[in-house]
Design a binder for this molecule. Structure first.
Ligand code: PXP
Length: 237
């Protein structure tokens, strides 16, 4: 049975839109956990467009399941991670102008830096996951630089308009997950997943966790966060 990590970034997006104090992402994390979330995920972006440093610090105090910090491979973020000590760090590529994370890491281009960062985070007792496309070379490279997990970028699968394209992406994700599992890597998956498209991915037994944000927070506006999390948990179980 796969676990559900709930990404609460967009609760913070709503708060930041007025620069005030509501809605409170910490409350969202607590409700999500009470509804069955197996982990809370936040992306502390360089531009601080949603989650703030203060959110991360308080979450570290209150999250009782697992706190997964998504972050770019920068010195600033490594310093923060080593101070706050989330249970897991998921390293993602980050571009300032993007709306959301647009693709997986190109490990070969920052291999040395990533290897050093993984070592530092390991010394701090933090599990490290790398966000990669369903690409065998990226998975091999993740293994070589001692990542513990990969998170497979499911964006192309989620955005596929035709069945044929969805089938091709499903196949790529399946092969990637099996390959990573054989290498001994833990396998998570996420990005663009919703109440319709997640079901098919649950057939891939190697995927141990789905990290889902936008669709859960969107549904919560209409039906409440407790119900939105419960319904997603039900789908992936
Ligand atoms: N996983 C990673 C690594 C991400 O960067 C994001 C987006 O922040 C997600 C999962 C969640 O994506 P979505 O909000 O589309 O569910």
């Amino acid at each position: 049975m796969a676990r559900l990590g709930v990404n609460i970034d967009h609760v913070a997006t709503l708060r930041q839109s007025r620069g005030g104090i509501e809605p409170e992402p910490i409350a969202a994390a607590i409700i999500a956990e009470m509804a069955g979330a197996d982990g809370i995920v936040v992306h502390l972006r360089e531009d601080r467009r949603h989650i703030q440093d203060r959110d991360l610090r308080i979450l570290r105090e209150v999250v009782q399941t697992k706190l997964d910090l998504e972050m770019a491979a920068t010195d600033e973020m490594v310093k923060i991670a080593l101070e706050v000590k989330p249970d897991m760090v998921t390293i993602v590529p980050e571009r300032r102008e993007e709306l959301t994370t647009e693709g997986g890491l190109d490990i070969s281009s920052i291999r040395g830096k990533l290897k050093d960062i993984i070592e530092l985070l390991h010394e701090g007792g933090i599990i490290v996951s790398l966000f990669v496309d369903p690409d065998i070379d990226q998975i091999k490279a993740s293994h070589k630089i001692n990542a513990d997990y990969i998170e497979i970028h499911t964006g192309k699968y989620a955005n596929a308009k035709r069945i044929k394209d969805e089938d091709r992406e499903m196949d790529a994700i399946t092969q990637a997950a099996k390959f990573a599992y054989k290498l001994g890597l833990g396998v998570n998956a996420g990005h663009g997943l919703n109440y319709r498209n997640v079901k098919r991915l649950t057939q891939i037994n190697e995927i141990v966790e789905f990290n889902i944000g936008h669709s859960i927070i969107s549904r919560s506006v209409l039906v409440g966060l407790d119900r939105a999390v419960r319904e997603m948990k039900e789908l992936i179980s």
